[in-house]
Design a protein around this ligand. Structure first.
Ligand code: KIV
Length: 311
């Protein structure tokens, strides 16, 4: 459209990308790999969404990487609701999945359904994720029956850190592997539309991926899964307390942030920040006409704070 023919019309908004849906995720099985990342706030969510992530998980990992805790166990439903709201606001295309925190679903199917319902109603999540297999399949069926899509999570389940004796790879022996496979199968039967496989040998990741009909999303589960998930602060190189073997840092933003902070501190201390280009001028007094003794007034229409100009 020429500029003359569009004169006077509202400029066309760039089209909103179509949302990733549950049927789209299911249809990716064996066709194209799914890229999931965690996110905890609107700004990072917007960037990950723009970068093409298919699914954004508001993981209870926020307890460790945002709140500075040693485990995910103290994270509350309110914490997840708060962060999911922010992620939903920052996201246009990716599907937003909210994690069900420790003790929000283990007690009974009723409690599980109530908590899942709050996540969808109060935060705008499009699906929920919960840890466990056989032990939670009834809860999963109940949530799915209410129309809430569920992502399963088997293998290394961080909410069971004390029972596992630490964050340890699961399913290494044949019996243990059969148990993880069984967990994934019952989740599929209960209606989960995909399943996270965490901390299992790559061979087991492949075996489960080949056995179940729903997509598997791996984290420390090898390259054969139908998709992968990483914690955003890990893949961006911002969480540097420790780096698990399965993490690949795709950027070193931690180093960049330290460098930028050093420059900021030096400029503040040296007096070179802010300079005139980052400072505001005074408002011009209105013309007073005849000298009447009236006081100059500041134009109330002039914004006092805004983008990079005085106007
Ligand atoms: O809480 C989380 O971020 C997770 C992913 C690591 C799968 O559960």
């Amino acid at each position: 459209m020429s500029s003359s023919s569009s004169k006077g019309k509202t400029p066309a908004k760039s089209a909103k990308p179509a949302k990733v849906t549950v049927p789209m995720i299911r249809a990716r099985k064996g066709k194209s790999k799914i890229a999931m990342l965690t996110a905890y706030d609107a700004t990072i969510a917007r960037l990950l969404d723009e970068g093409g992530a298919d699914m954004l998980l508001v993981g209870d990992s926020l307890g460790m990487v945002v709140q500075g805790l040693a485990t995910t166990l103290p994270v509350t439903l309110e914490d997840i609701i708060y962060h999911t709201r922010a992620v939903v606001r920052g996201t246009q295309r990716a599907q937003v999945v909210a994690d069900m925190p420790f003790m929000s679903f283990q007690i009974s199917s009723e409690e599980a359904l109530k908590a899942a319902g709050r996540l969808v109603k109060e935060s705008g999540a499009e699906a929920v994720k919960l840890e466990g297999g056989v032990a939670v399949c009834e809860h999963v069926a109940r949530i799915v029956a209410a129309g809430i899509p569920v992502v399963g999570h088997v293998g290394l389940t961080p909410q069971s850190v004390h029972a596992m004796g630490g964050f340890r790879v699961q399913g290494k022996g044949e019996d243990a592997a059969a148990k993880v496979l069984q967990d994934a199968k019952v989740l599929q039967e209960a209606g989960a539309y995909c399943v996270v496989l965490e901390g299992v040998p790559a061979d087991l990741g492949r075996r489960i991926t080949e056995t179940v009909d729903i997509p598997t999303i791996g984290i420390g589960a090898g390259p054969h899964c139908d998709g992968q998930v990483l914690v955003c602060y890990d893949f961006l190189g911002m969480f540097r307390d420790f780096t698990p073997k399965f993490v690949k840092r795709f950027a070193e933003l931690g180093d960049e942030i330290v460098k930028a902070t050093q420059s900021y501190v030096a400029e503040v201390q040296g007096g070179s920040f802010p300079d005139a280009s980052q400072s505001f001028g005074m408002a011009k007094p209105k013309s007073l006409g005849e000298a009447t003794g009236a006081q100059a007034v500041v134009d109330p229409e002039v914004p006092t704070y805004g983008p990079a100009s005085d106007d």
